[in-house]
Design a protein around this ligand. Structure first.
Ligand code: APR
Ligand code: ZN
Length: 361
């Protein structure tokens, strides 16, 4: 018998989202049914609603979530009813060419539940990032469930499922920021702030936050930035150089997703430094750079998919750091809201008023 629950659905492009009754099947082979407890509101949810990801409407939104496993499919091992889990959107298959060469965080064949959740009339829903967690229950692949310490409340644990992991991993996994190094983070929303927090934990000693919004810079300073630069008032490339002995930063994280900030990140690096792009651009964006500068400056230009994370390795570790008081995940939760408040949360996000609004179910 499918489970009849309430979920937040984007029915048509550009239309406000609505709370609908949805049908969630019992888990089949390889699947898990999860009772969602909390789910953060992310830009990607808004991109889905606006048709910016694809046209597979209707979408069941929400993908930054924690909850408790209600039941698992017949052949699932290592996961049982009652497990407290964070949902991830890159369940690795262990067999593709990336996994085979020992780089499973790049897995080219990540998987989701096989069965579809539907509206009551049978219309199939596309689950955002293969999750769909603005719903009381959701159906995912068992590999999308990562068990963590249940002492971390779901409002904060769920945030690791997307933006916070992406930012932390951009600095630590992709950028490989280390002890005594310098890092600049351009864009201090939830993703950039998490990169700053990660850099502090990794031991970076110069952590430069860049944003156009002074409210975000104040938050960045509280989360570990040693210097802040308002790039409306100051040329960020010059400022970053000045703060790093005239050289530029060892690592620059671009957490906006725009050509102009990518260029700033490119030029704000030290020679042979690393640029990490974690901000997601739109398909129309292009950049032009002198080829001689690409060669002459050396180093690495990397993109970071989901913070190059391995959920099974990184989620429990970050939860431990949180429980030890070394990673302030509480600071990312600007407000908790109900399932009917998503449109208002999109507006607050748009106005830059929140790091994260988190739906509690
Ligand atoms: N220069 C510097 N900062 C900027 C600029 C700019 N030109 N334009 C915007 N910003 C700042 C905003 O003020 C905001 O603080 O970038 C930040 C973006 O934060 P959010 O909108 O909260 O987005 P976030 O969730 O952090 O995601 C950032 O990473 O994963 C991607 O899709 C995500 O592209 C998005 C990016
Ligand atoms: Zn997201």
């Amino acid at each position: 018998m499918p489970h009849e629950v309430q979920g937040v659905v984007a029915l048509a492009k550009g239309e406000p989202v609505t709370v609908e009754t949805i049908l969630v099947p019992d888990p089949g082979p390889g699947e898990a049914l999860v009772r969602v407890q909390a789910c953060g509101v992310c830009h990607t949810d808004l991109h889905y609603r606006e048709g910016g990801i694809n046209d597979d409407f209707p979408f069941l939104l929400g993908h930054e979530a924690a909850g408790v496993v209600e039941s698992v499919g017949s052949d699932v091992s290592g996961l049982t009813a009652g497990d407290y889990v964070i949902l991830n959107w890159r369940a690795v298959d262990g067999q593709c060419r990336a996994c085979q060469r020992g780089e499973p965080w790049y897995c080219f064949n990540t998987h989701n539940a096989t069965q579809k959740m539907t509206l009551t009339d049978g219309t199939e829903l596309s689950a955002a990032l293969g999750i769909g967690a603005f719903a009381e229950k959701t159906l995912v692949a068992a590999g999308q469930c990562t068990k963590v310490d249940e002492r971390a409340r779901p409002e904060v644990a769920g945030l690791l499922g997307c933006g916070v992991m992406a930012g932390f991993g951009a600095a630590v996994n992709t950028g490989k920021i280390g002890r005594g190094q310098s890092i600049a983070v351009i864009g201090c929303g939830g993703v950039g702030i998490a990169a700053i927090a990660g850099a502090r934990i990794a031991g970076a000693t110069t952590i430069i936050a860049v944003d156009i919004d002074s409210r975000k810079l104040a938050t960045a300073a509280g989360m570990g930035a040693t210097h802040t630069v308002n790039s409306v008032e100051t040329d960020p490339v010059e400022a970053i150089k000045e703060l790093t002995g005239g050289n530029g930063a060892d690592v620059v994280v671009e957490a906006v997703g725009r050509p102009e900030t990518y260029k700033q990140a490119f030029y704000a690096r030290d020679l042979a430094g690393t640029l990490v792009q974690v901000g997601v651009p739109t398909p129309d964006m292009t950049i032009e750079l002198p080829l001689i500068e690409l060669f002459g400056r050396g180093g690495a230009l990397k993109s970071s998919w989901y913070g190059d994370c391995l959920p099974s390795r990184d989620f429990p570790m970050l939860i431990d750091l949180y429980l030890q008081g070394r990673f302030d995940l509480d600071a990312f939760v600007s407000e908790t809201i109900g399932i009917g408040d998503i449109e208002a949360a999109f507006e607050k996000m748009h106005r830059g008023e929140v790091l994260r609004s988190v739906v509690v179910l």
